[in-house]
Design a protein around this ligand. Sequence first.
Ligand SMILES: CC(C)(COP(=O)(O)OP(=O)(O)OC[C@H]1O[C@@H](n2cnc3c(N)ncnc32)[C@H](O)[C@@H]1OP(=O)(O)O)[C@@H](O)C(=O)NCCC(=O)NCCS
Length: 157
Amino acid sequence: MTVLVRPLVPSDVEGCLRVIASLPRFFGAADNAPSHATEDLRTDGGLVAVSPGGEVIGFITWRRHLDGAAEISWMAVYASLRGRGVGTAMLRRLESLLTAARYTSLSLLTSAKSHTYQPTRAFWQARGFTPILTLDNLWETDVAVVYTKSLTKALTK
Ligand SMILES: CC(C)(COP(=O)(O)OP(=O)(O)OC[C@H]1O[C@@H](n2cnc3c(N)ncnc32)[C@H](O)[C@@H]1OP(=O)(O)O)[C@@H](O)C(=O)NCCC(=O)NCCS
């Protein structure tokens, strides 16, 4: 599938929110996902994947934590286009960008146990991320798991 990955610009926010809206099982209204995402899409670093027609079909955002440590804050691919390499293309681009900026690790939080997120956990593991910590009390309705990857090994998977 032909996909162009480029930096996220403010006019992409609506397209990113459409991607979120296509995934109600993942980003429910109860979490107030659209409003949290809108804020993060405006403040965090970001990349979008766009179709040949210029539509946003996926996005990834990140933020810096400690020196050299980045966290993926959001990542999503339009529901009907999942599993076609769009997420991998965005992740590879982010890893090379962060490596060039001398980041040494990339981490993220996701659901540790929910069935819905099983393919997501498989995605992170297949892309070289390791689960290192579960956080029982961070979220009210789910257990969180932290995945991390050393960027000195980035681009090998
Ligand atoms: C997780 C996500 C960003 C991955 O992007 P993607 O474009 O679907 O993933 P890719 O096509 O690049 O990679 C496919 C891999 O992801 C996994 N995967 C995740 N969802 C999948 C799906 N619906 N169909 C097939 N594979 C899927 C598989 O492990 C697959 O591995 P393989 O290529 O080794 O067989 C995307 O599926 C998504 O938006 N999921 C819902 C929201 C979400 O979980 N966001 C991340 C929150 S931490």
